[in-house]
Design a protein around this ligand. Structure first.
Ligand code: SF4
Ligand code: SF4
Length: 439
């Protein structure tokens, strides 16, 4: 089996050995659960419960508001304590439904009932996915039903399952590939039902031979499904890099996967689709990797959405010492955390805690024009020159350098010997240009 890849990218310390061989543990929440109405790209959902209401496990508590939005589902039964703004991992206060868990886990009618997806129409499948609040669980959190409705189903010829999991430390997808491979395969088959001319490809980095073996065994006899080994390199799981590695087709900021005949979903999204469609179970949990040198017992946890991050850390034995840095998600593209009093949401893939010894503590210096950032950049743009534009607030120059094609992967920052905050400055510059275009 050959390995596919893309130009640019970096090889980082993987850190996956901390958790990759540990069985996922189920974490039952103790305290209140917090459900932000915005856990996805698009318009926030609208809360449809009020203080004092009793809700059931699997009940819709937030309704999608508009074409690009997603429902929010309660993972427990209990009483609504409040509907009020709460802090999220984005650092923003977001309108949230707070539920006092009664620990009875009383389900909505029909929760968990088996369904024969082969007998469902495309409309029924899409409607179930929408009702179940499923969004892209690889990080982007784009509503999945919208992604799976590209307009003309016949033009999609490739459905890709993103099983690269290229971010250092993260092993939650890997564990699912070992522990629940049938669900991934069936999730892919459900997606393929929507696209009659498509074949399915599961792209996995070649540092996961056990996962490749397991999924290859399940492909046996399926002529429309293929496993593709990908070179281990960050950001192999970036949508543009993955589509290029698997099909040779190029995307940019204005060309989306469906425009080149592709639909891309992450491993855990495929599982969520299977659970919703075949087992009548909406999106109510995340598999969260808890790791880093400040964590006592790193591992993967099956966590109900809404659970407080503190409880997740406790489940991993707590801290060895006060961390210098905490991150929600991977170290390359995750969000720095300044508090653990935030809920696990649909977008939470990891909680990483690092000690001061571990976190590079170097002051930025001047660019030495080494060119490393350019070699590492998977978008094939010139971070060094873009940085000068962003420092001078030169939007025109930034655009001319194709700065808007930056996918904020963090490779340039990682390799820069001058420790310049390249990615952060590009993120800010892109936001300000997009804001000014709206005016
Ligand atoms: S953050 Fe942007 S500029 Fe830097 S390497 Fe990634 S794509 Fe290139
Ligand atoms: S990697 Fe850093 S020091 Fe080297 S050219 Fe790029 S910005 Fe300058």
């Amino acid at each position: 089996m050959g390995t596919a890849t893309f130009k640019g990218g970096i090889h980082t310390y993987e850190g996956k050995e901390l958790t990759q061989d540990k069985q996922t543990k189920v974490l039952m929440p103790k305290g209140e659960l917090v459900y932000p109405m915005s856990q996805h790209i698009g318009a926030p959902a609208k809360s449809i419960v009020a203080k004092g209401d009793y809700v059931l496990m699997g009940q819709k508590i937030g309704e999608a508001d508009g074409a690009i939005s997603a429902n929010v589902i309660s993972a427990v039964s209990g009483t609504v304590k409040a509907v009020e703004p709460r802090l999220t991992s984005s650092g923003l206060m977001v309108e949230s439904v707070i539920i006092e868990n009664d620990n009875l886990y009383k389900p909505i009618e029909g929760l968990g009932e088996k369904r024969d997806y082969a007998k469902l129409s495309k409309e029924q499948i899409r409607s179930i996915i929408k009702e179940s609040g499923i969004v892209g669980l690889g990080g982007a959190a784009f509503p999945t039903q919208v992604k799976l409705t590209p307009g003309d189903d016949s033009k999609i010829d490739t459905v890709i399952i993103n099983a690269a999991e290229c971010e250092p430390y993260l092993t939650s997808d890997y564990r699912m590939m070992l522990e629940e491979p049938e669900k991934i395969m069936n999730g892919l088959k459900i997606i393929l039902k929507l696209f009659p001319n498509a074949k399915g490809i599961i792209g996995i980095e070649d540092n996961k031979p056990e996962a490749i073996k397991k999924l290859t065994e399940l492909v046996n006899g399926e002529d429309k499904i293929e496993i593709k080994a990908l070179k281990t390199k960050y950001p192999q799981g970036g949508e543009r890099q993955l589509v290029y590695a698997v099909t040779g087709r190029k995307l940019n900021s204005t060309i989306l996967p469906y425009q080149v005949g592709c639909v891309v979903n992450n491993v855990d999204t495929a599982i969520a689709i299977y659970m919703a469609v075949a087992e009548s179970t909406p999106l109510m949990r995340r598999i969260v990797t808890v790791a880093g040198d400040a964590v006592k017992e790193p591992g993967n946890f099956n966590v109900k959405t809404g659970t407080n991050f503190r409880e997740v850390l406790e489940a991993a034995g707590g801290l060895t010492e006060e961390p210098e840095k905490m991150i929600s998600g991977g170290p390359m593209m995750g969000q720095a955390l300044f508090s653990l009093d935030i809920p696990v949401s649909k977008t939470t893939s990891a909680l990483l805690c690092f000690t001061k010894d571990y976190v590079a503590d170097m002051e930025p210096s001047s660019c030495i024009r080494c060119g490393r950032c350019g070699y590492a950049c998977p978008a094939q743009i010139i971070p060094q020159k873009m940085y000068i534009c962003s420092q001078n607030n030169d939007a025109e120059g930034f655009i001319k350098l194709d700065g808007m094609e930056c996918c904020e992967c963090g490779c340039c920052t990682y390799v820069c010997p001058a420790k310049l905050s390249l990615t952060q400055s590009f993120r800010q510059m892109k936001r300000s240009i997009l804001e000014s275009r709206k005016k």
